[in-house]
Design a protein. Structure first.
Length: 152
């Protein structure tokens, strides 16, 4: 595939598809952040879960799934890795049908260790993109999320 065909703005072609372009950009961003986080042994997906739990404290699998727009099976698989690593723990909930998780002290430490690496990756991305442009992109992404939620 040539670079010209991959940067097509023809929305009636697959390379102009909203999903295609978003997933391609997401894979490229994930690779950059994974590389930045490599020294602390976390992947971007794991860091995102730790960050969410650090911000919100204890959360149910259902709430995390909705908040992060991750299907339950994928989320559970990712959480199990963090449980085995001792970074998060399962918590008994009032309702036995609900599974809650929270950061352990080891998880909090891993999150704190990863933050400077994440900040560096974020600064590099924003330098390349521009902070003002990123604010506009975030607004556009919220619009895409809303449109896809309605269409979904």
């Amino acid at each position: 595939m040539t670079e010209t065909s991959d940067t097509s703005t023809n929305t009636s072609e697959p390379v102009g598809c909203v999903s295609y372009r978003l997933r391609r950009a997401a894979r490229m961003a994930t690779k950059a952040y994974d590389n930045a986080l490599r020294p602390c042994g976390l992947r971007t997906t794991q860091f995102t879960l730790l960050a969410s739990l650090n911000r919100d404290g204890e959360a149910s699998i259902g709430d995390l799934s909705k908040r992060l727009a991750i299907d339950g099976t994928t989320l559970t698989r990712n959480l199990e890795i963090l449980v085995r690593s001792g970074l998060i723990e399962n918590v008994v909930a009032d309702d036995a049908r609900v599974r809650n998780v929270r950061l352990t002290s080891l998880g909090k430490a891993a999150y704190e260790e990863a933050m400077p690496l994440w900040r560096h990756a974020q600064r590099r991305a924003l330098q390349g993109l521009g902070s003002e442009r990123w604010l506009n992109v975030m607004d556009q992404l919220r619009q895409i999320e809303a449109a896809c939620e309605v269409a979904g």
